[in-house]
Design a binder for this molecule. Sequence first.
Ligand code: HEC
Ligand code: HEC
Length: 359
Amino acid sequence: MRSAACLLSVCLLVTFLFAGCEGQLTDAAAPQPITFIPEAPANLAASIPQPSHNPLTAEGIALGRMLFYDTGLSANGQVSCASCHQQDKAFSDGQALTQLGVSGKALLRHAPSLANLAWMEGLFWDGGVKNLESVSFGPLTHPDEMGQDLNKLLLYLKQHPVYPAQFRSAFNTDSITTPLVFRALAQFQRTLISADSRYDRYMRQESGGELTSLELKGMALFRANCGSCHATDFFTDNQYHNNGLGSSFSEEHEQLAFGRGRITHASQDIGKYKTPTLRNITLTAPYMHDGRFNTLQEVLAHYTSGVKPSPSLATQLQQGEKLGIALTQEEQQKIIAFMHTLTDEHFTSNPALVNPWPR
Ligand code: HEC
Ligand code: HEC
């Protein structure tokens, strides 16, 4: 059904183009333009980091948004970045190990939420990708994600009714190349900024920022017990830790289960993963790099009584007689109540981040 609808919109697009006068796009056919560059929220940072070779421009962001939502980029015309990174789920997909790629085969890791990526120091659960300019290559070409041949991708873009003009306005060039595709996607992803939850408003002392006494108690408990890793208003320290999910780490799939250890080849990093942000955590279940927990209750049960020993286990999780973090049921509920204040409905409905293509 989805692909039929897409096909229809492509047909409509083409019809409108040829019906329109001299390549003038009609409003109905053109992707929605956006002419904005977001600002950094005060409690996050002073500015949005951006490399000098790829500064944010309104046109580049708009192009990246078109690419992010375009299923035409995939081998079978049915999968886009947004298939696995859905706005209403804070750009995650609700599946433990997603089967939404072109092959329908399950991936080996859970699709994370995409938020505040501009400030993230390593990408992917193991930090194996260093920057947003290089993150798109994997999903575009992986046979179980978008499965695309990059030469075919370029041909598609060059023959498209809208892209050549948009590349020209974004990058001032008539030659469409893969580095430019990656740059535009990176620009759009830098605008996936989430900092308008009730918690943020509380931190900025804005209206709508009231926290209940239960939530405030939860915040204090969270900061004391979880905040060393889920640190700052990004809720990550941008570091890698072993939070006790397993005791042994399989060598299968080129040592994928080694986590950070697969990237650094250091034995002390085996079983460590990047601390994920907890922003919008109520929207991004299931949890952990393999989506093993369905609820926040299960996550808290893990930290209090499910932590497993292994050589790289985080020292924060081996303080008492028992492994893990000692928390009563009541304390766990308070922490969960606090985590509910991190949901940012402005982010999940922000019109600047929705699918720009006519449907
Ligand atoms: C078939 C599902 C699927 C598609 C399609 C897909 N992704 Fe992902 N994405 C994932 C999974 C799974 C991961 C986790 C990979 C890992 O950590 O090893 C991921 C990770 C990421 C990350 C890292 C986020 C972080 O917090 O480290 C970024 C950024 C990203 N994807 C962007 C994109 C872009 C851009 C596209 C389109 C070009 C795309 N994805 C298409 C499933 C998908
Ligand atoms: C030692 C550092 C550390 C501490 C302390 C810690 N976490 Fe984590 N947390 C992590 C890491 C690393 C992951 C990802 C692990 C993985 O997937 O393999 C994670 C994952 C999570 C997730 C899943 C996020 C997602 O998107 O899947 C939640 C929820 C969570 N932690 C909540 C908490 C809470 C609540 C506490 C305190 C009771 C806490 N954490 C304490 C490091 C830590």
